[in-house]
Design a protein around this ligand. Sequence first.
Ligand SMILES: [Zn+2]
Length: 352
Amino acid sequence: MAFILGAAIGSFLNVCIYRLPLDLSVNRPKRSFCPACKNPIPWHQNVPLLSWLFLRGRCAHCGARIAFRYFGVELITALLFLVVWRTFPPSVAIAYWVFVALVIVATFIDFEHFIIPDQITIGGTVTGVLASLAVPELMNADSRLAAVIRSLLAAALGYLILWIVLEAGKVAFGKKRIRLETPTPFFWKRQGDDADFSVGEERTLWSEYFARETDRLLLHCNEAKVDHRAFGEVVLECHYNRVAVEGQEYALDTVDDISGIVRELQIPREAMGRGDLKFLACIGAFLGWRAVLFSIFAGSVLGSLVGLVTLVLGKRVWSAKLPFGPYLAFGALTWMFFGQALVRWYISIIYP
Ligand SMILES: [Zn+2]
């Protein structure tokens, strides 16, 4: 029953993953529709897991491919619902079902859009505090009041830690505007999927300036050259994958060289989305303060490993920036299932 319920909920989560980032309502239209031909999908073609298999991942109406993600999300949700039900007492399990659902939506949206919508993060934090009120065991508390206070504190801790990281990052790396004392030559030269970018003596990889799709680097130039097109005094408005000059936009994977004389740089300020801060608050509200610390630790370790491996294997391209949300989610779920065991193991090392 838990598995079937999970598959059905997973089907709804697919709707959230598709519609939330596009600001579409999740309950209007009520029927699911094919993303390609927009035809409504009748209920008998919308049975979780089974329909995707029977229709072999295609829309029955227009034959367009329906992404494997739809099947994957339903299967993951079903399996997690089952494992949660078998692992925890019923009241805790129901609260964790809600949490698992939030984590799955956050993960898949972050992978695709590099954002986590407020409905999930802020809504999830409020839900976590209410869940702690209803089920004080979530916070290992005897009273409802103590549980709510712990939940709120853990949420605040999660938000605050990442906020400090974010602000420290700005102080350390994010000088917003850099006015150069004398106009300085700069060069941008494509190297495979990345590029070398140097201003005067300083040389960096292009990708290091950008963490999000929305990040923007402004170069105020006395003169500039994009391949063979020469410009006088201009502002180059750069995203990680494109550059706009005087209303013209060039995709950077079609450009080989950019050069010129720059007098002022404006570099992207934030290396992390605000969504990550609120998402960690949600994790704290459901799982407590220790889960906050563990999620940052486990998420950073896994994120770094994946980043390194994809870089070494040459699988990382322009568009493949690393979102942080999925790694936080990994840390949170690991804590949910193995946290107690990890703490016991850790203590047994310190006090053998
Ligand atoms: Zn269709």
